[in-house]
Ligand binder design. Structure first.
Ligand code: ZN
Length: 442
């Protein structure tokens, strides 16, 4: 249930039973159609003109470093028995995925944050840490199997070295603070295992941080949440506030010594969904030096789409109540979704968010966070990792300078990573580690 938010089924904040996500449901039932065609064929509204690439845009893109803040390839591979981490050939075109090596090259991608994800239920079951470590290992193995084209990156030095070798940097992110099971030792273990980013929450409020789509329990960050922020600063781990509540975001922005990211988020002013950030937060990000990496999921791109997304969420909840078995419910939901597609979006909608964030926070604080392989409804000319040049073209069309475009494509994200590293190196004092209590102690 990783992409419930992005695909329309985050229900717990609305007081209804949590159910399977559209993303999971759809990709399991009709993966090929949904990842490669349905968005286009079933979306409503008038299609925008296809992006026409100019030589100037192609050349500028070729010279740029694209740093994508959020990719869920690892989750897709876990869901698909026919495409496992140890069997999938990313050198070959993968029609069921948004990501493969030929398209990464076509998209001029320099770095991807590949994300792990565990459900809040896994914490209750006691499997969150094992599942997260397994996923970190899966990403590492996947990257190693394709080492002629991509390499794991743990620092900006790595990014530079890998870029010079004409390969893609694969960074590892952990999505959802519940994965640390309220332990700074677990957090440190993830860092040591190769993760360089943690999203403080996913859709569920954790024991120490409020989420955007759940009930607030802590008025932002609880005391332990403050320790997590300090420890991430100390380790040199990027703080991701993409799913955090406004209060959590503002608390973190005022506390963190290092810049933060929102790895896949938009501007609330344009699309009033709680996953998007307000102008107040944007101004705080500018002060912090961080980056809001604009999400491509259609449901969060316009006010019209947010309404349609909310309608989906309600319909799913109603259908859930009407059917006894999960199978009946899923069949009914697939039919409903087919009849009620999200309104069409295009690259222009994404650049509208870049525009807004650039105007409110400055273009030094905007980036890209595609959410490829985590969602199904995408803008018509941003369908997979080969599409990034379309953003370059649209930004050029709007009169952005080359420098601004290169910052948005990846320069800003690289700067954040560098600053996070140098603040860690400058040695914020180590926090006391949790005391080890002996069994049967006093
Ligand atoms: Zn997400």
């Amino acid at each position: 249930m990783r992409d419930d938010t992005e695909t329309g089924l985050s229900l717990r904040n609305r007081g209804v039973v949590m159910i399977g996500s559209f993303g999971k449901l759809l990709s399991q039932s009709r993966p090929l159609a949904l990842l490669s065609g349905v968005v286009l064929s079933s979306a409503i509204g008038i299609a925008a003109e296809p992006t026409r690439m100019t030589d100037e845009a192609l050349e500028l893109h070729r010279q740029s470093f694209v740093f994508d803040g959020h990719n869920n390839l690892a989750m897709q591979l876990r869901k698909r028995p026919e495409l496992t981490t140890d069997s999938v050939d990313l050198h070959a075109p993968q029609s069921k995925l948004h990501t493969d090596i030929p398209r990464l090259r076509q998209g001029g991608v320099g770095a991807e944050f590949f994300s792990t994800y565990v459900t809040a239920d896994s914490v209750k079951k006691g499997t969150a840490v094992r599942e997260t470590l397994e996923q970190i290992d899966q990403i590492a193995r996947l990257v190693k199997r394709h080492s002629d084209a991509m390499e794991w990156a743990g620092s900006t030095d790595d990014l530079n070295r890998i870029h010079k070798a004409d390969k893609v940097s694969a960074l590892i992110a952990v999505e959802g603070g519940n994965a640390i099971e309220s332990s700074l030792v677990v957090l440190k273990t993830y860092y040591q295992a190769g993760a360089r980013c943690l999203a403080l929450t996913h859709d569920d409020t954790t024991d120490w941080a409020d989420a955007a789509l759940d009930k607030a329990k802590h008025k932002g960050l609880a005391k332990f949440g403050e320790q997590v922020v300090a420890e991430m600063n100390r380790l040199g781990m990027v703080i991701d506030l993409s799913h955090a509540s406004e209060e959590t975001a503002l608390d973190t922005l005022s506390l963190s010594k290092a810049p933060v990211i929102f790895s896949h988020t938009g501007a609330h002013k344009l699309a009033p969904h709680p996953r998007n950030v307000s102008d107040d937060v944007l101004k705080a990000v500018a002060k912090n030096g961080g980056v809001v990496m604009v999400n491509f999921y259609s449901g969060f791109l316009s006010a019209e789409n947010v309404k349609a997304y909310e309608k989906r969420t309600k319909a799913a909840a109603d259908l859930r109540k009407s059917f006894k078995t999960d199978e009946q419910f899923q069949t009914a939901l697939v039919a409903w979704l087919k009849d009620n597609p999200l309104p069409k979006t295009s690259v222009k909608d994404v650049v509208d968010h870049i525009d807004h964030i650039g105007k409110v926070a400055d273009f030094d604080h905007v980036g890209l966070g595609s959410n490829f392989d985590g969602v199904v409804s995408l803008p018509q000319d941003l369908q997979d990792v080969s599409s990034f040049p379309h953003l370059t073209q649209e930004m050029l069309n709007r009169g952005y300078s080359h420098e601004q475009i290169q910052k948005v494509l990846g320069g800003n994200a690289q700067r954040v990573l560098r600053d996070v590293e140098s603040i860690a190196k400058s040695g914020s004092p180590a926090l006391p580690q949790p005391a080890i209590t002996s069994a049967g102690g006093e």
